[in-house]
Design a protein around this ligand. Structure first.
Ligand SMILES: Cc1cc2nc3c(=O)[nH]c(=O)nc-3n(C[C@H](O)[C@H](O)[C@H](O)COP(=O)(O)O)c2cc1C
Length: 156
């Protein structure tokens, strides 16, 4: 049986920019110095409650659409909420949001759901706002790396 921990990354990626953010998050989490963490990427549509039940940490990445999280990420939370609520208390999580201009409605919405799930934030949420910048991928890479490193070192 593997003693490795599992880091689940669940994102919606409707554009080349948001795909680059997801890829950077996975790349950071897969850093070669991090030996004891398996990185599992799932698109928001693919991700299941079994994926959440079997992970040791989760990073969620969503766009802001119409002032709220993307429909696909909302659907993800709707599908996993009740199967997970009694079993994932304290799950370490991190969040990034890609928003054209705002991001606050998404931040509030996701945090409300996660408060219900009683997951535990291990990084400040990142809101990547305004015109797309190459720096955003660096932020996602660092987010992935720091969550994976924390799991690897048993800090979380
Ligand atoms: C239908 C739709 C609704 C959107 N609504 C918002 C919004 O309410 N607030 C916001 O900040 N950005 C909004 N955006 C912008 C998206 O968040 C942004 O385009 C997306 O994160 C992809 O980023 P990119 O344009 O860098 O690829 C919206 C985009 C679409 C397509």
């Amino acid at each position: 049986m593997s003693t490795k921990k599992s880091l689940l990354i669940v994102c919606n990626t409707p554009s080349a920019n948001t795909q680059a953010l997801a890829d950077a998050t996975v790349a950071g989490a897969s850093h070669h110095d991090i030996e004891n963490v398996d990185v599992v990427f799932r698109s928001a549509l693919q991700a299941t409650s079994d994926d959440v039940l079997s992970c040791d940490g989760i990073i969620v990445g969503t766009t802001e659409n119409f002032g709220y999280m993307s429909g696909l990420i909302k659907d993800f939370f709707e599908r996993i909420y009740y199967p997970c609520i009694e079993h994932t208390e304290g799950l370490p999580y991190a969040l990034y949001i890609r928003a054209g201009i705002d991001g606050q409605g998404t931040l509030t919405g996701v945090q409300k759901i996660i408060t219900g799930l009683r997951w535990r934030p291990v990084q400040e949420p990142i809101v990547l706002q305004g015109d797309y910048q190459d720096e955003f991928t660096k932020q996602c890479e660092e987010l992935g790396m720091s969550v994976a490193a924390g799991l690897d070192a048993n800090i979380f």
